[in-house]
Ligand binder design. Structure first.
Ligand SMILES: [Zn+2]
Length: 528
């Protein structure tokens, strides 16, 4: 009998951290049926001599929520070998959404919307819509705490009576419909207005469904240790697994202090709390320009933000707060204006330029305020980390790789197009920070387990045939902040559920992705 497809003679990595070995991978229908050193006949053979054959990569930290609803296919992740994205991170999901919440948020979340309409929809409805659109790669979706709060409580700091119960109800509904977990973004409005008790109450709902709590922590710079302690406390009190998003040590004065992050992860695990993290392989991050402001600036919605930024006195008051160095006062105090590059803004003249360049002889704070007023959804790429810290965090076995991509439009951070190939080319082949098997484990089985993606993340008989084949001598990404959207090199073949969707480095254009609803808490027993 002949199999459907054989990937012949590559160095096969199982994604679990075992060393690679030369073997054939045999695919029948949408599954892997055999990994063997015996020659097998097949209807179709793909020669993988000198290539690495790995499980398709799983990106635990994506912001592609609405990308796959567009008319055109979006192969920017397949080109990196990514077969599954987990969207809805940092507290931002586009469901459940109401008309009132959309109005209050104004354009503040526009940079994540991929030019798709943001409209009222339930979570189950969103997943069904995504399924009908047929994503270009597989997608699993988190429900965002910021979204739940905007829907139940608007953009107010204080919780209204009944709002927390409403958020818990909506979270439960989303998780029952197939949300892969609960995310928070504790520097963003309105998620930043929450206290620990509120987050515990919501993480309990995730825990009851056997799903994780992922968090863009309250601080990644001067108060990183406190912020991680809070995330760990939420895990301890709620029983939810905790995923620290885009782990970093931000702010020049904190560089070198990776112990604040990594020692805490280990101590919590010794205590029995299931906490881990993910990371993107760059010293620069990316976020909205408004994240430089103290969160109180945005209280009450985007129109109130504009009014505060227009007033000379309110602007000066916000500046004093931003420069006080107190917790929860925005990113301004961790940066120099020359570290901040505007990459998305309604005024095209400022694109690609740093804040100090745009300001010229004018005051950088006032220039920043004017830019936010004109476009509250403006996006920036900003220098935050040291190269040594990026490598130290990468060596930690608890930290997976996640891109934190934006929609693949315009001048995004190069991670959108190149995160995974960059890890393999620069940090494995060139710098030897990781071995191949460890890097591949960080891109596959870790995320599959943490997010309950049954049948994926390992290259073994019986698993779904999501597979990435690449040339270890050529894999890489040359994107830069001013030219980020170049295609990675060295990714040869990608299979999605047994179908070839990238051939000789070229996407076939087929939309073959699925919406993944995680295994239930009962199915997961014994596997996490
Ligand atoms: Zn984030």
């Amino acid at each position: 009998m002949s199999a459907d497809l054989v990937l012949r003679g590559g160095i096969v990595h199982d994604g679990l951290g075992s060393p690679g070995r030369r073997a054939d991978v045999v695919v029948e229908g949408d599954h892997i049926v055999e990994v063997t050193s015996h020659r097998t006949s097949a209807l179709r053979v793909i020669d993988c001599q000198d290539l690495v054959v790995a499980p398709g990569f799983i990106d635990p930290h994506a912001h592609s929520d609405l990308v796959h609803l567009a008319a055109e296919p979006a192969p920017f992740k397949l080109e990196q070998g990514v077969t599954t994205e987990i969207v809805g991170n940092c507290g931002f999901s586009f469901a459940p959404m109401t008309a009132a919440a959309i109005e209050l948020l104004g354009g503040a979340w526009d940079e994540l919307s991929a030019e798709q309409p943001v409209r009222p929809r339930g979570f189950g409805e969103f997943l069904a819509e995504l399924e009908a659109a047929r994503p270009t790669n597989n997608v699993a979706a988190l429900v965002g705490h910021g979204t739940l709060r905007a829907v139940a409580n608007g953009v107010d700091q204080e919780l209204r009576p009944g709002a927390l119960e409403e958020m818990r109800r909506l979270a439960g509904e989303a998780l029952a419909a197939g949300a892969a977990g609960l995310s928070s973004g504790l520097i963003y409005v309105p998620g930043t207005y929450s206290d620990t008790d509120e987050l515990v109450a919501l993480a309990e709902v995730a825990a009851a469904h056997g799903r994780p709590y992922t968090t863009h922590m309250r601080d990644e710079a001067d108060y990183l240790a406190d912020a991680l302690d809070e995330a760990i406390a939420i895990g301890r009190r709620s029983g939810a697994r905790v995923q620290g998003s885009h782990c970093k040590v931000a702010g020049r004065r904190n560089h070198g202090n990776t112990a604040a992050l990594l020692d805490r992860l280990v101590a919590a695990r010794v205590e029995g709390i299931d906490v881990a993290g993910d990371q993107y392989p760059y010293t620069a991050g990316s976020t909205v320009l408004a994240a430089l402001l103290p969160p109180v600036a945005s209280e009450g919605g985007v129109e109130k933000l504009r009014a505060r930024l227009a007033g000379v006195e309110s602007r000066a008051k916000l500046r004093r707060l931003a420069e006080s160095g107190a917790p929860a006062t925005g990113l301004w105090n961790s940066l120099l204006p020359g570290d901040v590059r505007v990459v998305r803004h309604s005024d095209r003249r400022v694109l690609g330029r740093t804040l100090s360049d745009i300001a010229g002889a004018d005051d950088a704070w006032d220039t920043m305020c004017a830019l936010v007023r004109d476009d509250p959804g403006a996006l920036i790429v900003l220098e935050l980390m040291s190269e040594d810290d990026v490598q130290t965090i990468m060596r930690d076995p608890l930290v997976a790789i996640g891109s934190d991509n934006g929609p693949p439009l315009g001048l995004q951070h190069p991670r959108t197009w190149g995160c995974f190939p960059r890890v393999l080319g620069r940090y494995v082949r060139e710098l030897n920070v990781l071995g191949w098997e460890e890097a591949i484990r960080k891109m596959t089985s870790i995320a599959a387990r943490r997010f309950g993606l049954a049948g994926r993340g390992a290259l073994l008989p019986g698993m779904v045939a999501d597979i990435a084949v690449f040339d270890p001598q050529r894999i890489g990404h040359e994107g830069t902040p001013l030219r980020p959207d170049v295609r990675p090199t060295g990714m040869q073949t990608v299979l999605l559920s047994g179908t070839v969707v990238l051939r000789d480095g070229e996407p076939t254009g087929e939309r073959h992705g699925r919406v993944l609803r995680p295994a239930s808490v009962w199915d997961l027993a014994g596997t996490t």
